[in-house]
Design a protein around this ligand. Sequence first.
Ligand code: SAH
Length: 261
Amino acid sequence: MPSSPDIHFIGAGPGDPELITVKGARLLGEADLVVFAGSLVNPQILAAHSPTAQAYDSAGMTMEEVIRVMAEGVAAGRRVVRLHTGDPALYGAIQEQMVELDRLGISYAVVPGVTSASAAAAALRQELTLPELSQTLILTRLAGRTPVPERERLSEIARIGATMAIYLSVGMIEQVVEQLLAGAYTPETPAAIVYRASWPDEQIIEGTLADIAGKVVAAGIDRQALIMVGEVFGARRHGLAARSLLYDATFTHGFRVGVVG
Ligand code: SAH
C-alpha cells in the first residue's frame, strides 16, 4: 500500500456537515491538526468529525503562516488536514500551497468535495443539463480584485448561452447582469441566487435577468451566494422539459434495447 501523505487537502462541501465525503470525514476524524477556511467552512463539520484536533482558522492567517503551521505539524509527526470549502480545486487557492509544500518536500493528497454549484442545483431541485436547453455547465466568476483572463470575460463566455454557475460575484450583481445581457442571454433569461446553499439559513431568490439584481440588492445579499443563470432554470416554472433519451422507451443504449413505439 502506498504510504499515507503528510497532509490531506479535504473538500468540506458547501456547508451541511453531512455533505462531506465519507473519506473526508474519516480523515478528518483521524487528524491531530486541522487548518480550516473559517470564512465558509461550517464549524459544525469540525465539531462533528474532528472534535479533538487542534484547529486553526486560516481566515486570519497569511499563506506563509498556514504553511508554517502545517509544516510544523508534519515535522512533529501529527496528522494534518487542510480543510477547504466546497471542492478544493475550485477557487480554493490550493495550488500556491501545494507549490510551497513541494518545495519543502512535504507530500499531500486531495480529497474532493461537493462544490456549492451542486448544492445550489439541489436546493433549486433543478437539473443543470436538459436536452435542447443546455448540455453545458460553465463555472466562472466576474473579475474583481482577482483578475480573470481577458478571453474569459463574462460577456465573452456569455455568448455561449449555456447554464452558468457564477461564484464570488453576487456583490457585483448589476455588472454580472450587464455582462450576461451583452452575450446570448436576454432580460427574460431565468436566474436564481442561492445564498448559503445547504446551511440552515439558506435562501433562494428566483427571477429573470430583468429583475434578479433588484431582488438581490433588496434582500441584502452580497456574499456567500451563487448566481445561477440559464434557460434550464425556467424549466420548472414553464413546465417545459424535453425528455432525455436515456429513459425513452424507443431509445436503445448499452443497457437497454428500445422498443419501436
Ligand atoms: N471551493 C468552493 C468555492 C470557494 S469560492 C466551492 O467549491 O464551492 C467562495 C464562493 O463560493 C462564494 O463567494 C460563493 O459564490 C460560493 N459558495 C461557497 N459556499 C456556498 C454556499 N454554501 N452557497 C452558495 N454559494 C457558496
